[in-house]
Design a protein. Structure first.
Length: 412
């Protein structure tokens, strides 16, 4: 296919297959079994000529498996299950563990070290359901934990500040609830999603208060699941498939772990840094992106992304969200609109409704963009031609971010 943007860059890597498990409460599956299920699904999705013996390395992302499942040396379990003795690496970057593993795998492919890599992310959180709130605070500053903060309350601080600074009427409160409603609406036809049901603004605003002003339906769920993709060198991609997806930008940025030492409570610096580098790498702007997988562990994070990315002006995202939702709430997908430009965010439901098994999320985002770009998303396929997709994965409250841009076009 001819690339309408006429970009002249060499891709980092090509994705030739992708697979995942359902997200939700997987009580009777061990985490390594979930990863194997996703990995086998990814291998089987490759059109032709690829077997386990062709995989030269594996990169896995997971945050809490040692704590939640009393499991260590996961590479050894993967070697046993896959029946191959190759280099395997496990990355921990909190909620960005999957995105960071993918970033490292892209470097390995681009360096020429490997031809074919399996990249996976997994988490089994329900085994430690009663302690998971404390466990997640490993990704926060110990002083925040000692002061009694949880992750919902850290994001509640960000949401409260945003409302204080920019929310001049009730529509701001409703807009942040509309994000949850939009993502649930997108997940209804996603066969893998944890929550395949509609919710209303009033459902969100009447749900139990978790940490003022965050309510239960502002939050992503506790989830189990895994996702995997197969990477290869761009020049080898068509050996394995007639429809490769190319990684044309892969960036990562880091910042302070603690919220109280950040420049702002209403912006995430690592998003701005990683996104600018990714867009500059390709030579495009946000107006060229058609779908975006955005990290929405709490709804306020999606609103902040829309401002950090420059899609909406600072403090104006909630207005854009409100107007877009009211205009398109009966559509199959509800886009965000500015100056005639439409951006579909989280077409499969995002973390909020598809689910958030922490280490799997970054790879699940890649999987979603892969199937959308190839027109293979089934009933939740976006009803327009898609060529450029973005994946945004955050760790903690903004201590790390990864940004990846994918396309179905060939870049010489």
């Amino acid at each position: 296919m001819t690339n309408s943007l006429s970009l002249k860059i060499k891709p980092h890597a090509a994705i030739i297959g992708a697979g995942r498990t359902n997200f939700g409460e997987q009580w009777y599956k061990d985490p390594e079994k979930l990863m194997i299920e996703a990995g086998i699904n990814a291998l089987e999705s490759v059109d032709f000529g690829l077997g386990r013996k062709d995989i030269q390395a594996c990169y896995f992302g997971s945050f809490l498996y040692q704590t939640t499942n009393k499991l260590g040396l996961v590479s050894g379990y993967m070697a046993r299950e896959l029946g191959i003795n190759i280099p395997m690496n496990t990355t921990e970057a909190a909620c960005a563990s999957g995105g960071s593993a993918f970033y490292n795998a892209c470097i390995a492919i681009k360096s020429g070290m490997y031809n074919v890599i399996l990249v996976g992310g997994f988490e089994k959180m329900t085994d430690r359901f009663n302690k998971i709130i404390d466990d997640l605070m490993f990704a926060a500053d110990p002083y925040e934990f000692d002061a009694g903060f949880t992750f919902p309350s850290l994001y509640a601080s960000m949401m409260a500040r945003y409302i204080h600074d920019y929310g001049d009427d009730q529509r701001c409160i409703e807009a942040l609830a509309q994000i949850a409603c939009k993502n649930h609406h997108h997940a209804v036809n996603n066969e893998y999603a944890q929550f395949r049901r509609e919710i209303t603004v009033q459902d969100v605003l009447k749900s139990p208060l978790v940490a003022d002003p965050i309510r239960l339906l502002h939050c992503s769920p506790i989830s189990d699941g895994a996702a995997a993709v197969i990477l290869t060198k761009p020049e080898l991609a068509r050996k394995y498939t007639d429809a490769p997806i190319y990684v044309i930008a892969s960036q990562q940025a880091t910042d302070d772990v603690s919220l109280y030492t950040r420049e702002s409570l209403t912006g995430i610096k690592v998003t701005r840094l990683a996104l600018k580098k990714a867009l500059d790498e390709v030579g495009i702007s946000m107006k060229d992106i058609q779908i975006a997988e955005v990290h929405d562990c709490f709804t306020i994070e999606e609103a902040i992304f829309l401002e950090d990315s420059g899609f909406y002006e600072k403090g104006k995202a909630w207005k854009g969200i409100y107007e877009s939702y009211e205009s398109f709430k009966n559509s199959k997908h509800i886009p965000y609109v500015k100056d005639g430009k439409e951006l579909i965010v989280n077409p499969g439901g995002g973390l909020k409704a598809d689910g958030h098994p922490v280490g799997a999320t970054g790879i699940r985002q890649i999987h979603e963009c892969f199937i959308q770009l190839r027109g293979e998303a089934g009933k939740h396929q976006v009803d327009k031609e898609i060529n450029l997709a973005l994946c945004h994965n955050i760790g903690g409250t903004g201590g790390i971010a990864t940004l990846h841009i994918l396309t179905r076009d060939i870049y010489e």
